[in-house]
Design a binder for this molecule. Structure first.
Ligand code: DAH
Length: 341
């Protein structure tokens, strides 16, 4: 035991005095003390010569010594990493790899286009809440409780009292604006809307619309057509033809749906227009007198037009995107195609 103690003490001093200031010295230290033929191993091999009654004490001494040797190595281990870096010969003068820049979402690109077209003819942008009450989403839009037109839209109900829904259309913003803005009003209202639909290539539980509203003295259907012609020309080109079909919406009278000649086949027939030559892009009409009355506007003095279009629909026509799910999957292979737009 005495000679073992002396040996360990001697080596402890050797460890303390060993100078490690670079990777090479660290490696030397490792070989000398911790390597397979190193001092720690060789002192451990002395154990077999220690008589049984001293084995426990000897073992403790040896373990403490081994720990000391390892701690010194660990305290200088960073030198080893420096060595690895030096071996890789890093060229610090090389330019850094560039990070890819983000892209605007196709729906946002198209929404921005729609908005800026209408801004050119005097429309201001207005927005409203996505969680709406029954009055702004339905009742004030001439759709009182039990009105059959409520079935046209599958509504997500948030709560019954108060009666909150996820807005089913941006027409709710018309109500918000008529309620608080002074006349005349000329606004374009982009935003997200929600409907309880099963998700498929052609339906989604959320999508985007752009609503337009103009209320003033002497607004006529001719004014509505004029604004929409301008929109179509700017968005799809001067060759695009337009047609109006009579339709029904509770908040407009008369109501119409507007088609444009198919921008893909030019009217000869293809998948986009389902071989009719026409694609429907929006609903519109003259604001219903009941709706004006709901906001204390005299329909004898004022009149207005309104329209609402689906942003996904316009985007589908512009970029020929046939599956609505692509818009919300965040697949960069899809999104990157819009990088330069
Ligand atoms: N709100 C209708 C919808 O979601 C679209 C619409 C039709 C809006 C006619 C209008 C309008 O402003 O006049 O289907």
């Amino acid at each position: 035991m005495e000679s073992l103690k002396a040996l360990i003490q001697e080596q402890e001093v050797a460890i303390q005095n060993f100078k490690i200031s670079n990777a090479a010295e660290l490696e030397q230290y490792r070989i000398q003390f911790l390597g397979t033929k190193g001092i720690v191993k060789s002192i451990f091999s002395e154990m077999k010569n220690v008589p049984v009654e001293f084995k426990k004490d000897a073992g403790q001494l040896l373990n403490a010594f081994k720990l000391l040797a390892e701690e010194k190595f660990a305290a200088h281990a960073h030198l080893q990493q420096a060595k690895v870096a030096a071996q890789q010969e890093i060229d610090n003068t090389l330019p850094a790899a560039s990070l890819p820049i983000g892209t605007r979402h196709p729906l946002k690109i198209v929404e921005n286009q729609i908005v800026s077209i209408f801004e050119k003819i005097g429309f201001a942008v207005a927005t409203g809440p996505e969680v709406e009450d029954d009055w702004h989403n339905f009742t004030s839009l001439n759709m009182p409780e039990n009105h059959t037109a409520r079935d046209m839209q599958d509504t997500f109900y948030v709560s019954q009292q108060p009666d909150w829904v996820l807005r089913t259309h941006t027409s709710s913003v018309q109500a918000r604006i008529l309620e608080k803005e002074a006349l005349p009003i000329r606004v374009i209202c982009p935003g997200r809307v929600y409907r309880n639909e099963t998700i498929s290539a052609r339906a989604h539980c959320f999508f985007h619309q752009c609503e337009g509203l103009y209320v003033n003295k002497n607004v006529s259907f001719a004014d509505l057509k004029q604004a929409l012609y301008f929109f179509v020309t700017e968005m799809f080109g001067a060759d695009t033809k337009v047609r109006f079909r009579p339709s029904y919406f509770p908040f407009t009278e008369p109501s119409a749906e507007m088609d444009i000649s198919c921008t893909v086949c030019g009217g000869t027939g293809c998948n986009l227009c389902k071989h009719t030559g026409w694609v429907e892009i929006l609903g519109c009409g003259m604001v219903h007198p009941n709706m004006l009355k709901n906001f204390n506007i005299d329909p004898e003095v004022y009149s207005g037009y309104a329209f609402g279009m689906g942003v996904e629909r316009i985007t589908q026509i512009k970029f020929q995107i046939n599956d609505l799910r692509l818009y919300s999957q965040n697949d960069v292979r899809f999104l990157r195609q819009f990088e330069r737009l």
